[in-house]
Write a protein that binds this ligand. Structure first.
Ligand SMILES: [Zn+2]
Length: 241
């Protein structure tokens, strides 16, 4: 039996896919309910009033009807369409990396308003600045939120405060000359990591593209992949019991 309740929430559309002839499944992360998968009926058949509002990156106020298996989108109002992102292939690619990470991290039925706010903030920043560090900063912040904040102020092995010359994802942070392993990092990249993770994000976001921003970007992507893989494995282990 359908529960039949109607609820409203704020959401960011992560991805959509076809269902049957005319419908579309909308995967979104919501402020109040975590990840939600819902059906938008008839959006592919006609020029639906809300079909165009339900595109990836869209920040929407949405009304849903609790269905037996899937909820149904009954209304959607645009809060921010992020048109600048959608009109730019490079920005779309960068936004997609964040949407994909959130899609994999957010669970259905697991409320995480902080993750939602961070995504909304990062999309807005991506929409409004030229910074090469929007996505990597988002990744480092998300990892911290998930409990995997790396050590970037001292050597994660011996506690020495420098110079820090390497970063090892498995060890969980930066390393000194004596303990070095993992990836070599420049002093400039270490400073950027310290800014991002130490409450000075705006300073990092003001940096133009440089070899150091590339280093931070590369490390962030690998750290997120490492974390997601490990989590996937732990879920598999849990499921097998
Ligand atoms: Zn050390």
């Amino acid at each position: 039996m359908a529960k039949g309740a109607i609820y409203r929430d704020e959401a960011v559309v992560l991805r959509t896919y076809k269902l049957g002839e005319a419908d579309r499944i909308i995967v979104m992360v919501t402020k109040g309910r975590g990840k939600v998968r819902a059906v938008a009926k008839g959006v592919r058949k006609t020029r639906s009033k809300f079909g165009s509002r339900l595109e990836p990156t869209s920040h929407i106020a949405v009304q849903l009807y609790e269905g037996r298996e899937l909820d149904i989108v009954t209304q959607a109002e645009t809060i921010d369409q992020h048109r600048a992102i959608r009109d730019d292939l490079d920005l779309i690619t960068r936004a997609s990396a964040m949407l994909e990470a959130v899609d994999q991290l957010a669970q259905e039925g697991e409320v995480n308003p902080r993750l939602f706010q961070m995504l909304v903030g990062a999309l807005r920043t991506l929409d409004g600045t030229e910074s090469p560090l929007v996505v990597p900063s988002f990744f480092w912040k998300v990892l911290s939120l998930e409990g995997y904040r790396p050590e970037v102020d001292v050597c994660v092995q011996c506690g020495d405060d420098g110079p820090l010359v390497a970063f090892d994802i498995e060890s969980g942070g930066t390393l000194c000359r004596t303990c070095r392993r993992g990836t070599a990092v420049s002093a400039e990249a270490v400073v950027l990591l310290q800014q991002i993770l130490g409450g000075r994000l705006n300073e990092a976001l003001a940096e133009p593209v440089s070899p150091a921003t590339h280093e931070v970007d590369h490390l962030a992507t690998r750290a997120v992949e490492y974390h997601l893989e490990r989590r996937l494995r732990s879920v598999t282990v849990l499921d097998s019991h």
